[in-house]
Design a protein around this ligand. Structure first.
Ligand code: 5GP
Ligand code: MG
Length: 183
């Protein structure tokens, strides 16, 4: 496994991102909606750098993947009064094809938020299949499969404090390990 972004680089990137968000946000209360499960580490670090009144909700988006290939996407958004009339910041770990964020955005818009913006830790260059760009991006990365800092491979590696690129030798299927729904 090769480190792509060190713990320190990640921390500096989240610092910059939180300043960019704060610069464009007045004192309105913020309603953060995080996309599980990959957002957890980024979300925890980001909210502690935001000095505005905020609430946090989580939605589940899972693609039943076979390791590194994208599968069928299911999303479970069960928010109504939490979002209606509020200024929402949608948070995800990585913007890859973009389908996940676009689908979650569409679901949230049904609840008629006052405004909705999105922030991602990572943006994978050259992969997008949608006509939408997140407003806030911490890092642009090459088209490689990455793990750590919340991102998984078959549900593992989320706890790495840095971001790493999986090498082919890391991709050996483990005996008995089933394909997991992740996100
Ligand atoms: P999209 O719908 O934008 O193609 O994919 C977004 C989701 O796919 C992310 O939230 C993440 O769960 C997963 N994903 C995309 N690229 C990667 C990657 O390089 N590593 C990991 N671990 N997950 C990824
Ligand atoms: Mg995800």
């Amino acid at each position: 496994m090769k480190t792509l972004l060190s713990e320190r680089e990640l921390s500096e990137g989240v610092d910059r991102l939180s300043r960019a968000i704060a610069d464009r946000w007045d004192s309105r209360p913020m309603t953060i909606v995080g996309v599980l499960t990959g957002c957890i580490v980024f979300l925890a670090d980001l909210i502690r750098r935001l000095d505005v009144p905020l609430r946090v909700y989580l939605v589940q988006a899972s693609s039943y993947r076979n390791g590194t290939t994208r599968g069928e996407l299911t999303i479970d958004v069960d928010l109504g009064p939490e979002v209606q009339g509020r200024d929402v910041l949608l948070i995800d770990d990585i913007f890859d094809t973009g389908h996940t964020l676009v689908r979650v955005l569409a679901e949230l818009k049904k609840y008629r938020p006052a405004s909705i913006h999105s922030a991602v830790l990572l943006y994978k260059e050259g992969r997008q299949e949608v006509d939408f760009e997140p407003e806030f991006i911490a890092f642009r990365i090459p088209n490689r499969f990455v793990v750590g800092y919340g991102l998984d491979y078959r549900d593992e590696y989320r706890n790495l404090p840095y971001l790493a690129v999986l090498e082919p030798e890391d991709l050996n299927p483990r005996a008995g390990a089933g394909d997991g729904a992740d996100g």
